[in-house]
Design a protein around this ligand. Structure first.
Ligand code: 4AD
Ligand code: MG
Length: 432
């Protein structure tokens, strides 16, 4: 007899099969028990009818507790009443691992309790759905960049550089030297672009940010494409095509997960329409001022209420272009005619999900970059390899970083980035 996974039930209608599963929930009346089973691939119902099974099996089914693991034998039947479309008529049950007093019950739990039990919470239907969407975003990322001629390059995680500023670095000992956990692989990706043309990275990045918001993780995953002989306008096109591709891939391949999460598909569909609008930083400040934001002045960085207001002025993600030089990192290309802004853009997601991409064209001139490094108070010896890129055949190049978890919260329509990663590292939380 074949052992199958629930997701493949449709190919086995009328057959007797074995399935390894956990009991997610159970409902019993006098002569019948309904087991809600999950095996990681899907959820479906197994029906145990008193008259169809031995006394022993019926009794066992009635006694099964939440999250007991079992191997169940039965016949796959069509079940037009359930959304899944199939169910199992149980013949036999073998208990593999008992489960007593499972802490996460169908009642409501507080977030701290759930986070303390993250290793178990992952089994719940919503968290399961989010992980399926995460997987699809990762799969579609590789597909998009492979289809478009990018080479995957892995920058180091232990580094000596601080591309995004020195205030939020995790420092560690590297034998008798100091090292930092990578904030961004960008500088290395620039070197890689000079060797391979169009490259992308995909890896964990770390920010020791004392931020406790629904958008900040201490450890998050970033996709960082970098493209030689490319200017910012072309990079923006890659960015919007990439984000639209991710949204479309989730629509195409994660219908079940979107339904579990109650995410409206027409809303998402709209985010696949290109181009995305572009607004300058200057105009964004004006827009805010005109709409009662008295706390914002030209030169300030946007906070989350500002980003949300700007995003709500458009019906899909919006690029904010050319921020003040003073609030952006040292490596950005100066504007050709203005000293006060740089050639960069952040992509702000709709519905209050905030910035999902930060990117820019990169400074190409050796002397200018050296001056920037000095001005930023960085140790120029540690950046001498980075400066070399401007010494040996410098070219225009641009790139960006997309935050995986922020993008997942946006596509999945969930409240907090902590649910977009299996084991979130948050301010004051490294358990489990
Ligand atoms: O805007 P950021 O800091 O840009 C960079 O690191 C550039 N070096 C990228 C590049 O050009 N190669 O970060 C990029 C993205 C943000 O837009 C956001 O989506 C995400 O990374 N991000 C975070 N996500 C979760 N938690 C945090 N603490 C994040 N910080 C940034
Ligand atoms: Mg940013």
């Amino acid at each position: 007899m074949e052992q199958i996974q629930i997701i493949d039930a449709k190919n086995h209608v009328g057959e007797t099969v074995k399935i390894g599963a956990w009991v997610a929930n159970k409902r019993s009346s006098g002569k019948i028990s309904f087991l809600q089973l999950r095996d990681g691939t899907a959820y479906f119902q197994a029906v145990v009818v008193k008259n169809d099974v031995s006394e022993e099996v019926f009794h066992l089914a009635k006694e099964l507790t939440q999250e007991t693991s079992i191997i169940v034998t039965g016949e796959i039947r069509e079940d037009t009443r359930s959304k899944f479309g199939y169910e199992l008529g149980v013949q036999a049950i073998e208990v593999i691992g008992e489960s007593h007093d499972y802490p996460i019950t169908p009642k409501e739990h507080g977030v701290d309790f759930l986070m303390d039990h993250r290793h178990l919470w992952l089994r719940s239907s919503q968290q399961h759905a989010i992980m399926l969407i995460r997987n699809e975003v990762i799969r579609a990322t590789y597909e998009f960049f492979n289809n478009n001629g990018f080479v995957k390059v892995d920058p180091p995680i232990l580094t000596g550089s601080a591309p995004e500023g020195t205030s939020d670095l995790f420092e560690t000992n590297y034998f008798d030297q100091k090292a930092y956990l990578s904030q961004s692989g960008q500088l290395y990706m620039e070197a890689a672009a000079m060797a391979l043309g169009k490259v992308f990275s995909f890896g964990p990045t770390f920010r020791a940010e004392k931020s406790k918001t629904r958008r900040h993780l201490i450890e998050f995953w970033m996709i960082e494409p970098e493209m030689a002989f490319m200017h910012q306008e072309e990079s923006l096109e890659v960015q919007e095509q990439y984000v639209a591709y991710l949204v479309q891939s989730v629509l195409d391949n994660c219908e079940y997960a979107l339904d579990v999460l109650g995410r409206d598909k027409d809303t998402l569909k709209n985010y696949t329409k290109l181009p995305y609008p572009r607004i300058s930083y200057d105009d964004a400040v004006e827009l805010l001022k005109k709409n009662g934001f008295e706390d914002i002045e030209w030169g300030d960085d946007f906070g989350s209420p500002h980003e949300t207001f700007i995003a709500n002025s458009f019906d899909r993600p919006v690029f904010i272009l050319n921020y003040p030089k003073a609030i952006k990192p040292f490596y950005m290309k100066p504007h050709p005619t203005r000293e006060d802004v740089v050639i960069c853009a952040d992509l702000i997601a709709p519905e209050g999900y905030g910035e999902i991409i930060g990117g820019s064209e990169r400074a190409t001139d050796y002397d200018f970059l050296l001056e920037q490094i000095r001005e930023a108070g960085l140790n120029e010896e540690e950046y001498s390899w980075y400066l070399d890129l401007r010494k040996y055949g410098t070219v225009p190049h641009a790139g960006f970083g997309l935050g995986l978890e922020r993008t997942i919260t946006f596509i999945a329509g969930i409240d907090h980035v902590r649910e977009a990663i299996p084991f979130p590292r948050l301010l004051n939380r490294i358990y489990p």
